[in-house]
Design a protein around this ligand. Structure first.
Ligand SMILES: [Ca+2]
Ligand SMILES: [Ca+2]
Ligand SMILES: [Ca+2]
Length: 654
């Protein structure tokens, strides 16, 4: 295969505020397979996704589960399913039932190269033998209730793992039966030759111990040591690669509090000395079987999602295949084909690991842009060899989970290309792989999708003009320069520019004070403005950061406020022998304070006749103390904005 690597470099987009959703499908989807749709995809935990192996359904069975599958040298296949034994002749997809038990399950199966079949029945504990082309004959009654595993030995004897007495039996061709080991555990669950004839591994339950039995001669009692004590309850299966690597799969008992991570099913890789190289924790609820393929990949057959994982020599996992059935139980090689069987329901498949399925697809998780967004370019990193195709389609919607309100899938015409999905908050892609050559597949390592959140308008939270403090008004400190200030934000963190306007209460139109403010304050010199009541209008715009067509504004009108730069008037000042009387009148504002000085003396504070400074006209009366002869009177008054007035009067000469 020519490794055409199309590297699509990211182009630099000039759109302001473009964001990119980068998805590494392997990393993100391997652990989320229950949230995505995928079919015929090889999905590793890291790296590239590609077409999975070709899977072919061969036959459906009426039983619930296939237990074991084995093949003879010519390539005929044998399988046990429930209480039945089937044969699939080489080259035919028709299953022949060759044995049907009345009540017992056929958990254990062994097939010799010449087609001789052994199977064990549970719970009656019998072992049957079938010569090639013959009918099954019982050859042993073990007395055990479980026959869980049968393993032919090089000396033509048969090793039988049983329960619930934990007995390991050797069955001789003449029918002689010999107990070679009785484990302290109730169940012997798995058998594997470490060295055919002389070193045997025996898995057990419920303590998950694997024993090593060493035979000096076939008839001698074996030397027994513990090969490995797994932290799990059940040793399900043991596989040796014939060199120095042994794989043990174990399950925890779900009733003893498994499934919390620590007690997940696991695969342990050890060397011949029993030293652990790695262990892999399986995300599924049970491991049914292990299988080493020709390239030393380890297949892990699991339930209850119908997944076959492939582990490489460093325990890096990939989802190799997934079927509709909930469990994958038995597996064997026959010629160049590998066959596996399922449970719930029982179906036989062939899997061609050297060939890719001709099509497959996978969806991403929906991506949340945070707000409605418009979509731009989609780019991939991967390879699309000649004769293969990779089509990316997208759909969008405003609900976190895609439903009927989402847009339809719309494919991109080319890669990289423009996403056709309408603006929405969530988006999802689907990659469809096809190939015309079984040895070629597109690969997909990374997807980048550009989007731009739809512009949102600024928000003005406050608009105020400074007031003259009451204490300043009383002291006669007017403020001609008034501070206008505001708070404004943009939800997209756009830069804002402000326009400030003023309008007299009696007029219709606002007059601009400044239309390109970038600070959030403005000093208003009121001396250029006639007295009266006014409103302010502030317009905030994000046009600095947004193209004209999409820029948005917000506006706010202030509370009415008064401008008054005219002092009050002091009128009707009259002096008699007993008292001084006068009025203070302002055109616009309440009077704030008034003082009197007699004969150029100290300024004395006064209250109005009605006792409260609350009107634009206040009347004052000053009682002249007894014995004081008034020659001059001075009056000082201020209005609510601190504008001041004075008046003086002398008494007429007598
Ligand atoms: Ca904005
Ligand atoms: Ca005034
Ligand atoms: Ca008053």
């Amino acid at each position: 295969m020519r490794g055409n690597l199309f590297l699509f470099l990211l182009s630099i987009l000039s759109t302001g505020h473009a964001a990119v959703w980068t998805c590494l499908p392997a990393e993100e989807l391997f652990n989320n397979i229950d949230r995505i749709e995928h079919k015929n995809i090889h999905l590793p935990a890291t790296g590239s996704i590609k077409l999975g192996p070709a899977l072919l359904p061969v036959a459906s069975l009426e039983e619930t589960s296939i237990y074991q599958i084995a093949a003879d040298r010519p390539g005929n296949l044998y399988l046990t399913a429930g209480t039945a034994l089937y044969r699939k002749p080489r080259g035919s997809n028709r299953l022949q039932k060759i044995y049907q038990d009345e009540a017992n399950e056929l958990l254990a199966l062994a097939v010799l190269p010449d087609g001789t079949i052994f199977f064990g029945t549970t719970p009656d504990g019998k072992i049957y033998r079938t010569a090639p082309g013959g009918t099954p004959q019982p050859i042993a009654l073990t007395g055990a209730t479980y026959i869980s595993s049968l393993l032919p030995a090089p000396d033509r004897t048969l090793i039988c793992a049983t329960g619930a007495g934990g007995e390991l039996l050797r069955l001789h061709p003449d029918g002689r039966q010999q107990t070679i080991f009785t484990a302290p555990q109730a169940h012997l669950t798995a058998l594997c030759w470490l060295q055919p004839g002389s070193e045997l591994l025996v898995g057990t339950a419920p303590e998950g111990i694997v024993y090593r039995l060493t035979f000096s001669t076939p008839d001698a009692r074996p030397r027994i040591t513990v090969f490995y004590d797994t932290p799990l309850e059940e040793v399900r299966t043991i596989v040796a690669d014939g060199r120095d690597r042994i794989y043990i799969a174990g399950n925890s008992n779900p009733e003893s509090g498994g499934q919390d991570g620590q007690n997940r099913p696991a695969v342990f890789a050890l060397d011949r000395a029993g030293i652990l190289t790695w262990q892999w924790s399986c995300p599924d609820s049970v491991i049914y079987n292990l299988y080493l393929d020709d390239s030393q990949r380890l297949f892990v057959l699991t339930g209850n999602r119908g997944i076959i994982y492939a582990l490489d020599s460093a325990a890096r996992p990939a989802i190799l295949a997934r079927v509709e059935e909930s469990g994958i139980t038995g597996i064997t090689q026959s010629g160049r084909n590998v066959f596996f069987g399922t449970a719930s329901p029982a179906r036989l498949y062939s899997i061609i690991t050297a060939a890719h399925a001709d099509s497959g697809s996978l969806t991403s998780l929906p991506f949340d842009c945070g707000n409605p967004a418009q979509f731009g370019q989609l780019q991939i990193r991967g390879s699309i060899p000649a004769g293969t195709e990779l089509v990316i389609a997208t759909r969008s919607g405003n609900s976190a989970t895609p439903d009927s309100t989402w847009s339809n899938w719309q494919p991109l015409n080319r890669l990289p290309g423009k996403v056709a999905s309408p603006p929405a908050r969530f988006i999802q892609w689907r990659a469809s792989f096809t190939t015309r050559f079984p040895d070629r597949t597109p690969e997909l390592e990374r997807v980048d999708l550009f989007y731009r959140p739809v512009n949102r308008a600024p928000v003005i939270n406050r608009l105020e003009i400074s007031q003259v403090a009451e204490v300043d008004a009383r002291r006669g400190n007017p403020q001609f320069r008034r501070q206008i200030s505001w708070d404004a934000t943009d939800p997209d963190t756009d830069s804002l520019v402000f326009a400030l306007f003023i309008r007299a209460e009696k007029e219709n139109n606002y007059q601009p004070l400044d239309t390109s403010l970038t600070e959030t304050r403005y000093e208003l010199d009121t001396r250029t403005i006639p007295d009266g009541w006014y409103y302010l209008r502030l317009v905030a715009s994000d046009r600095i950061d947004r193209p004209f067509a999409t820029a948005l504004t917000a506006e706010r009108i202030s509370a009415p406020f008064v401008i008054d730069n005219t002092p009050p008037r002091i009128t009707n000042l009259n002096i008699s022998s007993r008292r001084v009387i006068w009025q203070v009148i302002d055109e616009l504002s309440p009077i704030a304070s008034c003082r009197i000085a007699i004969n150029a003396g100290t300024w004395l504070p006064l209250e109005p006749d009605d006792g409260i400074y609350d009107e634009a006209t206040e009347t004052f009366t000053y009682q002249i103390p007894a014995g004081v002869e008034v020659k001059t009177v001075a009056i000082w008054a201020s209005d609510a904005l601190g504008n001041t007035a004075t008046a003086q009067k002398a008494t007429p000469a007598r």
